[in-house]
Design a protein around this ligand. Sequence first.
Ligand code: NAD
Length: 343
Amino acid sequence: MTLVYNENIKIGQLLENEEAYKILTRYLPEYVNEPLFKMASNFTLNQLSALPQVNISSNVLDSLKLDLSTISFETNTAITKNEVSNSESRPLTHAGKVIIITGAGSGIGRASSIKLAARGGKVVLVDFNEKSGRETLDLVKSFGGEGFFVQADVSKSVDVKYYVQKTVDTYGKIDVLFNNAGIMQRFQRFQDISEEEFSRVIDVNLKGIFLGMKYVLQVMDRQGYGNIINTASTTAIRAEHSLASYTASKHGVAGLTKAAAIEYVRKGIRVNAICPGGVATSMTAAVPQELEESGYKPEEFPNMRIGRFAEPEELAEIVAFLASDASSYMTGSIVLADGGLTL
Ligand SMILES: NC(=O)c1ccc[n+]([C@@H]2O[C@H](COP(=O)([O-])OP(=O)(O)OC[C@H]3O[C@@H](n4cnc5c(N)ncnc54)[C@H](O)[C@@H]3O)[C@@H](O)[C@H]2O)c1
């Protein structure tokens, strides 16, 4: 399946497409053959143009995007295609495990859903975006993976109770909850954040995590076993400038993780959190533009110290480890995977 140019298409995909390469050469002759361009293969054009060492005017960027919109691209990222096509050779480390994944329609949630299903997990895909959630299910089914999709807003207890109940009704147990759905806030000064914006970020990123844990823990406590992985962020351990609500919500996720880990440590239930830095997903695609609008120019972002954003697949590998018995001695861990951002 093909699609036209959109803001999520990465430099690497552009370089692989003959027509797109010609257009890039026409508009950005000074950059196309530079090592920087290849290093930025995981970046979108917006992310590239936000790099301090890159100087692309907004006029050039707009005309470039306009020309790119006349050609077609593959729908799935190469990494997703590889993961799907390699699925048969994967060890079935999650065979028989029932795994709920929230935010399964995109980014880290989608990559994790595919990986966990490819390794034998029965995946329950939760997202409020029905279209993208069903697309993830199609990808899972494309290699014979097992699972189903539930549309739910993680910030609403009625929806959370529903996806938990549907999982138990269908599979009779819950082995793993990957509590991952989250939203970004607009970069803005603390004093300008409205109560509504603050509440929405806290509702999804913190209350959504709390509700998922609360209702799944009821099931896991009865079972006498279980494993929860929450998605926090580097903003769970240090502040990000102009992101007060998001920082507060993710600090809260780390707090909930540790609080549950200590309470259930002798009950066979492990609770850990992952802290990504910058991951190339739809969440971060809009960040350069938002930074521009906010007037705040960070020194490190969006380079990350390692020189690139992570692929969602790289986070999915950590999720798969935490979701497996290989991580059996880990609980209450706040696991950083941030390309050195917090060093
Ligand atoms: N991308 C990054 O750089 C980054 C860094 C640190 C942490 N994170 C965290 O990783 C998690 C996943 O982010 P991503 O980058 O994959 O983003 P993404 O936008 O690609 O995916 C998030 C998914 O969550 C879903 N979602 C959002 N709100 C929801 C709600 N209320 N109910 C149900 N589903 C909802 C969206 O529809 C989407 O499919 C988030 O918690 C995010 O805060 C991301």
